[in-house]
Design a protein around this ligand. Structure first.
Ligand code: CA
Length: 437
């Protein structure tokens, strides 16, 4: 299987939703392209991550209590899973700690300021002229940016690729802690999720799946200074990377979007924090996506993807609508693969791009369930490798392809879809149980 759509290849510590992926996605771990923003900009960025974490905890507690009072603790569903999963929960937390300390230590080691780099300063002058920004303001920002050696290491391809493993990838995201957090999130924000679904036609389960995989509902939004991360990738992208020039150009555009975004919102570009690739807020939007797709969904006059969950929900939904989400259509179908090798090769050639009709797929040796056989749109045969074990297969629709526009990986898309569906099923079960009592 080829990976024509990967955004950021990385070998080391690609982190999605606070989960390191290095052993699963050596060259495929594409971080989000999302984006975010705004009135949060007056908040003290240095303490932001910690504040967010505690704020989220306090926001979840009432939902947990409410669900418990509804009598949900008496049924053997998600909460029971939480209880029975304590060892795994602890294991997950332990697994995070070394990573966290490692990142903290690495972040402390910053390189020289870009005030000493004539190339970076000249880029800033040109940007100021072209975008009609105050030259002194741009120069001050660029001068304050610091090179982060750890960021260049994170985007350098591994010399020892690890086999892709959907089973291991899935286990990291479809797990009790994330499901329980998703249930609480859905319960607390049900009205905003329903409103987004009504306005944009994007189901709540997809939004819940995205926010769960990206940041565990705001618990892991990143602690790299955005200005440093983007400047490092814009001016010091590792030249050993096979597409170094392309990627460096991409990050210069993102740095430009970031400076435009902060200037337009009268924000200090030196204070905001996010992922090592510059992704921000609950949905981990990149600056360009924030400027294009983020919306003020709580109507307070500002877009705030860090503190306004409603804005994050509406922005994710708007993103999917922009990428042609088809309301009411499925994302995947089950499939049985009994094709000859040459037929299988033909089916896998278009990768994740929906290309074949159901009839064509059947003629090439696939056994489709009745709903897939009647699906009128185009389909893709998605192969998910499981290390040394046999691969998994699924049929992807155009809505599956839409999910990959958020993060260009079929593994990522499947995790989002399965997490959202799992949470939705558990929620429906909980509601039915509460109503029966
Ligand atoms: Ca808002």
């Amino acid at each position: 299987m080829t990976w024509p759509h990967i955004v950021f290849e990385t070998s080391g510590m690609c982190v999605i939703g606070g989960v390191p992926h290095d052993d699963i996605f050596p060259e495929v771990c594409s971080h989000n392209r999302g984006m975010s923003l705004a009135c949060w900009l007056h908040r003290p960025g240095q303490l932001y991550t910690a504040q967010m974490r505690y704020r989220q905890v306090f926001k979840f507690v009432p939902s947990l209590v409410l669900l418990t009072l509804l009598g949900l603790s008496s049924i053997n569903t998600a909460w029971a899973k939480v209880e029975t999963s304590k060892p795994q929960h602890k294991k997950t937390l332990k697994a995070h700690k070394p990573q966290h300390k490692k990142q903290q230590a690495s972040r402390a080691a910053t390189g020289p300021a870009y005030a000493q780099r004539a190339e970076a300063l000249e880029w800033g002058h040109e940007l100021a002229r072209r975008q009609n920004l105050p030259n002194a303001w741009v120069t001050a920002a660029i001068s304050d940016a610091r090179m982060l050696p750890n960021v260049t290491r994170l985007v350098t391809p591994s010399t020892k690729p690890t086999a892709k493993n959907w089973a291991a990838y899935r286990e990291r995201f479809i797990e009790p802690r994330r499901i329980a957090a998703g249930l609480a999130f859905w319960q607390e924000h049900a009205s905003d999720l329903a409103r987004a679904e009504h306005i944009y036609g994007v189901p709540a389960r997809i939004i819940v799946g995205i926010l769960g995989v990206e940041t565990l509902y705001g618990q892991h939004t990143g602690s790299f200074r955005i200005l440093d991360a983007l400047a490092t990738l814009a001016f010091d992208f590792p030249q050993a990377h096979p597409r170094a020039q392309e990627r460096q150009a991409f990050f210069r555009q993102e740095l430009e979007h970031y400076l435009l975004m902060t200037h337009q919102n009268r924000a200090d570009p030196r204070t905001l924090k996010g992922s090592y690739a510059g992704a921000m807020g609950l949905p981990q939007f990149m600056p360009s996506s924030w400027r294009r797709y983020a919306v003020d969904f709580d109507g307070d006059g500002h877009i705030d993807l860090w503190n306004s969950t409603a804005d994050a929900i509406g922005s994710v939904a708007n993103y999917f609508r922009a990428f042609e989400w088809q309301t009411g259509q499925p994302t995947t179908f089950d499939v049985q693969v009994q094709s000859h090798p040459e037929q299988l090769e033909q089916l896998l050639l278009p990768d994740i791009l929906p290309t074949f009709s159901a009839q064509t797929m059947q003629s090439l040796g696939l056994q489709l369930p009745p709903d897939a056989a009647q699906y009128p749109g185009k389909l893709a045969l998605i192969e998910l490798r499981n290390g040394e074990d046999a691969p998994s297969f699924v049929l992807g629709t155009e809505n599956f392809y839409a999910v990959t526009r958020y993060n260009w990986s079929s593994y990522y898309a499947m995790a989002v879809i399965e997490l959202g569906e799992t949470i939705e099923r558990d929620r429906q079960r909980l509601v039915r149980s509460a109503q029966a009592q």
